[in-house]
Design a protein around this ligand. Structure first.
Ligand code: G3P
Ligand code: CA
Length: 250
């Protein structure tokens, strides 16, 4: 069985501020196979890499992302006082994933819902991928981008508009883990938390039987990495990509 591939969750975010270019560069230098990011739309329609609805936790600024323009968001520091970091846009992260290493690193892009601009975020993500030539891969396996969401409707929108792009339906319910919702929306992978994977270890085999891969988050402990390896999880998202790569190699 193939070892799980390692996805840097918000970059190497245990070591450096999440969703910063430096955190993703470190992840690449540590051997990450994939980069995970959350995306939201600014008031003027730009895709930015940020988890929360507001900038308050992860910057020295304040405000709701969907109320702020790109220019306003760029005024804040997303790093530390000692090592300031700029706002990261999805375009910049795509460029890093494509050009920052010789490895065919995949970008796992998560769209957050519910949000003010609704389905526009998926349209903008697809437009961005099209600009970089990533929206029509030869196959899901060869795709350099994977779109994820806890919203089944969001996954369905991607599936309908870009059927060749792989998708992950994130979630934890028994219905979902049994494959029902993933089947309905045509997701190519299920995305349970590591907690729900522990409770439903058979979900990996069930997904595989239906032709679906498993992406598990957020896998930071050694015993959970070992569990994912034993169960045949395809992708593990972790805040510690370097350490996880080393564990998997040992
Ligand atoms: O990779 C999926 C995981 O990131 C989902 O949870 O809250 O960290 O975006 P969250
Ligand atoms: Ca996420």
């Amino acid at each position: 069985m193939r070892e799980p591939l390692v996805v840097a969750h918000r970059g190497a975010s245990a070591a450096l501020p999440e969703h910063t270019l430096a955190a993703y560069e470190l992840a690449l230098s540590e051997g990450a196979d994939g980069l995970e990011c959350d995306v939201r739309l600014t008031r003027d329609g730009h895709l930015v890499c940020i988890h929360d609805r507001t900038v308050d936790r992860t910057s020295n600024g304040s405000g709701v992302v969907s109320d702020l323009t790109l220019g306003q968001m760029r005024e804040f520091n997303y790093g530390t006082d000692d090592a300031p970091a700029e706002l990261l846009t999805l375009d910049t992260l795509i460029e890093l994933a494509l050009d920052g290493t010789d490895r065919p690193v995949k970008l796992f892009i998560e769209t957050k819902h519910p949000v003010r601009y609704g389905s526009l975020v998926e349209s903008k993500v697809l437009a961005a991928l099209a600009r970089f030539g990533l929206s029509t891969p030869a196959s899901a396996d060869h795709s350099r981008a994977v779109i994820m969401s806890f919203s089944a409707a969001a996954v369905w929108r991607i599936r309908r508009s870009a059927p060749l792009l792989p998708t992950v339906l994130l979630g934890e319910s028994a219905l979902y883990l049994g494959g029902g919702a993933a089947t309905t929306v045509g997701a190519t992978a299920i995305g349970p938390s590591v907690k729900s994977l522990r409770e439903h270890p058979d979900s990996v085999d069930k997904a595989a039987a239906a032709g679906r891969a498993t992406y598990c988050w957020t896998v930071d402990e050694r015993h959970d990495v070992d569990l994912c390896r034993e169960l045949g999880v395809g992708w593990v998202a972790t805040n510690h990509p370097g350490r996880t790569k080393n564990w998997l190699a040992s």
